[in-house]
Design a protein around this ligand. Structure first.
Ligand code: 5AD
Ligand code: SF4
Length: 458
């Protein structure tokens, strides 16, 4: 492979490729993929820059989970039209033009269509071809021809690529893809079938991270609790147990889990393993059994409520966060009220909520009885109002209690204060010494805010 322009090929940016600019949309998996691409390109001596006008390569890593992020992708690509955009004319003056790559979920889903709509794009790279970014950039650079690569290889493996959130905490991927086919969701189509990573790889990666000073690990996957070691058949609860025995690990988190795969053993982990964080993100999506069935979620409202009760009976301070979709096709006012009531009944500590967005190729795209945009907006507002009230209640309940906080840095608002996250994954700012950064500090909570807690180190 070569990043030097060959003499007889008209390369696009002239000379040598030295710099890359990333624009990343979407979930943790995408952020992870961006880091992986950067890792691969760095090996070729390419460095990341903060501005597209300084870049030889521009990579737009895209999300298609809802219409809005997909639209953002298109307007972002539109900015780099060689003829039009302000920054491109700046580069043109220098006689240069960057390579434009579109990667990730929209690339996977739309493929060739992207080249048709944006003829100045050089590379379209699907979710499972991200690891080949360097060869693909090199090829389009040398030949001057656009490439679309959106294959699902048969023997896909999850590569080792831990991503540090800061110097104390890191994500570790344990599964990729999803087999659930919730009727609204595009993920199984754009990310492919679920694969699990061998347990030895995971444990080795975590051990290396801990040796390097990391104390908190978040196990990452679209559906982590269906993890199954491909060789030894070890399941998710057993994986957590093994991770918890690694010397030097302080806290274990995981995202995202699915209610239908939440086993008794996983509940027992919350009883037995102190290092497992007192937080679970468990998307419910709707509180109506009719809608849950139509979403193909595989559980009922009562089962979800029961699960949370059992979790909280073994871990009394467990914080529960969830995802909610409003305005799924066929959602009546009464179905929607079931969603509000389940939120109240469970007392969800926080949630991400979304208006249903029709995704091409999914089962729900063919469902009748769509809910109007107006109703969706109104319902979303009601969910978010209720959530603010529930979050405030949950935060108020923390006042006067003391929580262990992993201090990760100075507070952005007041550099005299320290910031970190509690065991329940809530942001805590506190009066404390700078030398506590990197350690676990018991903090007595004095005040509750909408999105954070405030207290004093004791
Ligand atoms: N419309 C609205 N929300 C969606 N999500 C996934 N697909 C859709 C869709 N088509 C939400 C779900 C999921 C979260 C990551 O995004 O709530 O849990
Ligand atoms: Fe999408 Fe459902 Fe898989 Fe989550 S579990 S990624 S919502 S198909």
């Amino acid at each position: 492979m070569s990043f030097e322009k060959s003499k007889n090929v008209e390369g696009k940016s002239g000379g040598r490729l030295k710099s890359v600019y990333f624009r990343t949309f979407g979930c943790q998996m995408n952020v992870h993929d961006t880091e992986r691409m950067l890792g691969v390109l760095k090996k070729e001596g390419i460095v990341a820059v903060d501005s597209p006008s300084d870049a030889d390569i521009i990579i737009i890593n895209t999300c298609s989970v809802r219409e809005k992020p997909e639209e953002k992708t298109y307007s972002e690509i539109g900015r780099y039209n060689f003829g039009n955009s302000k920054y491109n004319s700046h580069l043109r003056k220098k006689g240069k033009r960057p390579i434009i790559a579109v990667t990730g979920c929209v690339a996977q889903q739309r493929g060739d269509e992207i080249l048709k709509r944006f003829p100045y794009v050089d590379l379209v790279v699907g979710t499972q071809n991200i690891g080949q970014i360097s060869e693909l950039v090199s090829e389009t650079f040398l030949t001057g021809r656009p490439i679309v690569k959106t294959e699902f290889p048969n023997n896909l493996q999850i590569e080792s690529f831990p991503r540090k959130q800061n110097i104390y905490t890191s994500f570790v991927t344990i599964t990729q893809g999803c087999n659930n086919f919730c009727s609204y969701c595009i993920v199984p189509y754009v990310r492919g079938r679920e694969i699990s990573r061998p347990i030895d790889d995971i444990l080795n990666e975590i051990e290396t991270l801990i040796e390097g000073g990391i104390v908190e690990i978040t196990l990452l996957g679209q559906n982590v609790n269906s993890y199954h070691d491909p060789n030894e058949g070890i399941d998710f609860p057993e994986l957590i147990r093994q991770v918890s025995t690694i010397d030097g690990i302080y806290r274990i988190r995981f995202v995202t889990s699915h209610p239908k795969d939440l086993s008794h053993e996983l509940i027992s982990c919350f009883r037995d393993i102190e290092k497992l964080s007192s937080h679970i993100h468990l998307p419910i999506q709707s509180g109506s059994d009719r809608i849950l069935e139509s979403m193909n979620r595989g559980y009922k409202r009562a089962e979800y409520i029961e699960m949370i009760a059992r979790l909280r009976s073994v871990r009394t301070d467990l914080s529960v966060t969830t995802d909610i979709i409003v305005g799924f096709p066929g959602e009546s006012v009464s179905d929607f009220e079931d969603t509000l009531s389940v939120m109240e009944e469970v007392e969800v500590d926080n949630s991400f909520s979304f208006k249903y967005s029709q995704r091409p190729g999914t089962a729900a795209a063919n469902f009748d009885d769509v809910v109007s945009l107006e109703d969706k907006s109104e319902r979303l507002e009601k969910v978010q109002d209720l959530q603010r009230r529930l979050t405030m209640k949950s935060n108020n309940n923390n006042v006067n209690s003391t929580y262990d906080v992993l201090a990760t840095g100075q507070s952005a608002k007041d550099p005299k204060e320290i910031t970190g996250r509690s065991d329940q994954n809530k942001i805590v700012n506190f009066k404390g010494e700078e030398n506590t950064i990197g350690s676990v500090v018991p903090v007595k909570i004095k005040k509750a805010h909408n999105n954070s807690l405030w207290g004093e180190a004791i």
